[in-house]
Design a protein around this ligand. Structure first.
Ligand code: ATP
Length: 294
């Protein structure tokens, strides 16, 4: 009897963990509210990756008809560059990440990766090309190492070690009672928001996708944690095309291009210095945030 029970028990564990992982994926993009009905087109092709360029062309999008969220939005992210998206709460920043991952269908325009319209490629090939670091990562009940490995379960030990270093997790792991075997998640060690985000960065590194989307946490992290995340992100971004959805402008002053959204429309774009000199929406947001910090 026990011989039968053990494998069944194990299967139950695997099932629960898979369910949890799927929930994690949905949570990360705030999708529990609505199940999207996106599937592959019958003639969908595999995305042929070149170097990971992104192009939004006159994109219109609404979650519900009659309430437009993005309107005629156009911008490009050249391969290997870092683009930041900023704007007031509700401007549509996270929506851009959801559309890039094709969780919803756009109502006008097109979104292309390496000149291929993402609505014509398979979801699997599209989602393999993009690694997302969400605002709040859900950890599943297992060791911290398993949680990192979740980025690519067949990664080698050496790759996992490298991801731990690049994500600035080494010091944290060394401080834990059982190192990377320490159990985390609801039933394990509670992990801070900043540590969770670094675990998500390590997962993204392991996923080895050419495009990285980083959704900055809205809740303020302590400055040590924030600095560790920023350093980790800068190292990872070096080998990726990256899109950073930013709430704190101080974290994206080094971006190659900053897209400023206002009520779902492109208000202006440029580098930090260009936008300050333009003295428009971005300059106003910058001055406001500087005042709040002082
Ligand atoms: P924040 O800075 O607060 O994270 P944001 O700029 O990322 O905001 P989005 O999350 O993109 O904003 O949301 C844009 C608008 O779309 C908001 O008005 C929001 O209420 C609405 N919205 C977001 N998700 C949904 C949804 N699943 N169904 C309906 N409306 C939604």
């Amino acid at each position: 009897m026990i011989q039968l029970f053990l494998p069944l028990n194990f299967l139950g564990f695997v099932y629960r963990e898979i369910r949890r992982a799927l929930t994690d994926l949905e949570n990360m993009l705030g999708l529990l509210k609505r199940k999207p009905d996106i599937t592959d087109a019958p003639d969908a092709t595999t995305l042929q990756l070149a170097n990971g360029s992104i192009r939004f062309q006159q994109v219109d999008f609404a979650y519900q008809s009659g309430r437009p969220i993005l309107q005629q939005l156009s911008f490009t992210v050249p391969p290997g560059s870092k683009v930041a998206i900023v704007g007031a709460s509700g401007a549509g920043k996270s929506t851009i990440a959801r559309l890039l991952y094709r969780f919803y269908r756009i109502s006008g325009g097109s979104i292309c990766i390496d000149d291929q319209d993402i609505s014509t490629v398979t979801l699997d090939s599209l989602r393999r090309a993009i690694a997302i670091v969400p605002q709040d990562t859900v950890l599943f009940n297992s060791s911290i190492r398993d949680n990192i490995r979740y980025g690519r379960p067949n990664a080698s030990e050496q790759e996992v070690e490298q991801a731990i270093d690049l994500a600035h997790l080494r010091g944290f792991i060394n401080s834990l009672p059982h190192g990377d075997a320490t159990q985390v998640g609801e039933r394990g060690l509670k992990v801070s928001g900043g540590e969770k985000q670094r675990i998500a960065i390590a997962r993204a590194i392991l996923k080895k996708s050419p495009i990285l989307v980083f959704d900055e946490a809205t809740s303020a992290l302590d400055s040590t944690s924030e600095q560790a995340i920023l350093q980790a992100m800068r190292e990872v971004a070096r080998n990726h095309t990256s899109v950073v959805i930013a709430h704190r402008l101080s974290t994206i002053t080094d971006a190659d291009n900053i897209i400023v959204l206002k009520q779902g429309r492109l208000a202006e774009q440029g580098s930090h210095n260009e936008l300050l000199a333009a003295n428009g929406e971005y300059a106003r947001m910058w001055q406001l945030q500087q005042k709040q910090q002082s």
